[in-house]
Design a protein around this ligand. Structure first.
Ligand code: NOJ
Length: 559
């Protein structure tokens, strides 16, 4: 396997709005980030993925961009950004920017032009269609509820928006659009950025006829995913982007690709295809979604988690490269979802980190994950801010759903779980701001915060720090092959990683019960070394049979 810096790196995602406010307006900003770079250095991460900081009317918190080459006023200035990247680089931290080019804001000058007239030079920058039988051009549902089409009176046509109606989709069939994107990417690369995380990049190529999706019972609109995800020209476009832009720089790329299978994952990430370095797949975070989608919640099972993770580990091995994540700004907090955010919060947060960071791929930490931050339960819908959540709530209320039942879904799955402010200390608003935060702080900040975590050697923070250090010290963590163990065990997720003569045994207990780990007969060893564990362990203990305590995790290196 070829060595690459981005395979050996650990990435930390910053959601700037919620990270650190420096000027008291209640909104995180770039100077806030600068003030916390020493914290990130201490944690030991190599790369920051920064969610969008470009000029935006914030319909979707910066994922609706009105100027790709300017900084959002709330976040600061270009001079602040330049200082930020310089300070990162000084500390040996690389910067990956979010690239949101499936759509722009409807306030982007291109769209303002595009909607003027059918013969405007920018008309074809977006996807316009006349209505059909007095309705939308097709039956696709937007990711944020309702139709994916918006009627525009000026020209009497509809435009496509897979997300909010303030996020019109760009028309990638138009070569001018692609050139604009490539020029913009070069603009940032020439300013020193070290890569891109590409927002819903597998949605840029639509089946040109835009066929109707399959209508789901009881639903007004249909899921059109198979006509816009991994579409007919997506690989051609990404190869073009690679040729024209990425090949000229030593940068890392990660594509956000919902609905991708391992076979497609290989197409995106096989090095010889020259597209992307890795993708974010969604199968493991969709395990608790039913046929009705994200809000149709049903419990995930450990058996399914094993199947899904193992499939990705094995199928990409030697062919492509995995990203490893349990959290980001769109997902609920992992410790609340896959662990126990009550009694065993600390143990289970460490266990989940072990489970993830020992796999093959590049690990991503989402801000606050390293503290074991949890989901939040606001009592009123008025306390929520996320457009996806608010649109869904409104739609379900209109459908006659019980408000409390909808709130329960939000408590479990809502994106604002990840977006409450970073908990820095136990002062007011968790030290995030001296003003009024744009979204309330999770009330558990008095107990869960960075200051307390840094002072406590047994904290989740120090455990992450150690995991990151281990990655630097043991090649097998990066380059070893993966094998699942104890496939049918109902409580334990265990696997090995092997490189040459070295084998790692990773054992994790996904339950609040005691679980017995038995080493399979085919694994033998003459020496063993405990690399990390989330409980005190007797170093002399042999591996043949181990009683794993609730949410216990251990990693041994065998030779
Ligand atoms: C995926 C982003 O992660 C999410 O936050 C955003 O709402 C959509 N793409 C649309 O840009």
């Amino acid at each position: 396997m070829e060595r690459k810096w981005w395979k050996e790196a650990v990435v930390y995602q910053i959601y700037p709005r919620s990270f650190k406010d420096s000027n008291g307006d209640g909104i995180g900003d770039l100077r806030g980030i600068i003030s916390k770079l020493d914290y990130l250095k201490e944690l030991g991460i190599d790369v920051v993925w920064l969610s969008p900081v470009y000029k935006s009317p914030n319909d979707d918190n910066g994922y609706d961009i009105s100027d790709y080459r300017a900084i959002m006023d709330e976040f600061g200035t270009m001079a602040d950004w330049e200082e930020m990247i310089e300070e990162m680089h000084k500390r040996g931290i690389k910067l990956v920017m979010d690239l949101v080019v499936n759509h722009t804001s409807d306030e982007h000058p291109w769209f303002i032009e595009s909607r003027q007239s059918k013969d405007n030079p920018y008309r074809d920058y977006y996807i316009w269609r006349p209505g059909k039988n007095g309705r939308e051009p097709n039956n696709w549902e937007s990711h944020f509820s309702g139709s994916a089409w918006e009627y525009d009176e000026t020209t009497g046509e509809y435009y496509l928006h897979l997300f909010s109606k303030k996020q019109p989709d760009l028309n990638w069939e138009n070569p001018r659009v692609r050139q604009e994107v490539y020029e913009m990417m070069k603009f940032w690369l020439d300013k020193g950025v070290d890569g891109f995380r590409m927002d819903v990049i597998n949605m840029i190529s639509k089946v040109p006829e835009l066929p109707d999706g399959d209508v789901q019972p009881g639903k007004k609109y249909a899921w059109g995913g198979r006509y816009f995800m991994n579409g007919p020209r997506v690989h051609e476009f990404l190869q073009e982007m690679h040729r024209e832009v990425l090949s000229k720089y030593d940068v890392m790329t990660v594509g956000e690709t919902p609905g991708v299978t391992p076979a497609e994952g290989i197409l995106y990430t096989a090095p010889e295809r020259k597209e992307l370095n890795m993708v974010f797949q969604f199968e493991h975070v969709d395990l608790d979604s039913g046929a009705g989608g994200k809000w149709d919640i049903h419990p995930w099972t450990l058996a399914d988690l094993k199947k899904t993770m193992t499939k990705w580990q094995k199928e990409l091995e030697g062919r492509g490269w995995n990203s490893l994540y349990l959290n980001n700004h769109d997902q609920p907090r992992a410790v609340s979802r896959f662990g126990d955010d009550g009694t065993y919060r600390v143990e289970s947060a460490k266990m989940l980190a072990t489970f993830l960071h020992m796999m093959q791929g590049t690990p991503y930490i989402y801000q606050g994950e390293e503290l074991g931050m949890t989901n939040v339960r606001f009592s009123s819908i008025d306390d929520y801010r996320d457009i996806e959540t608010l649109n869904m709530y409104k739609e379900q209320i209109e459908n006659g759903e019980d408000p409390q039942a909808i709130l329960e879904k939000i408590y479990y799955k809502g994106r604002d779980n990840a977006r409450t402010p970073m908990q820095w200390d136990d002062s007011e608003h968790a030290g995030f701001t001296t003003g009024t935060p744009w979204i309330q702080v999770n009330p558990n900040y008095k107990e869960i915060n960075a200051k307390a975590a840094m002072e406590d050697p047994n904290s989740v923070f120090h455990y992450y720090k150690k995991l990151i250090q281990l990655r630097k010290a043991h090649d097998v963590i990066v380059y070893g092959t993966y094998e699942l163990m104890l496939e049918d065990d109902p409580l334990i997720y265990a696997y090995t990683r092997t490189l040459g003569k070295e084998t790692l045994v990773v054992m994790t207990n996904f339950s609040s019960e005691t679980a017995i780990f038995r080493l399979p007969n085919d694994i033998t060893y003459s020496t063993k070394q405990l690399l990390i564990s989330n409980y005190d362990v007797d170093e002399q203990e042999e591996l043949y049979e181990i009683r794993l305590r609730p949410w216990e995790a251990r990693v041994y290196k065998l030779q």
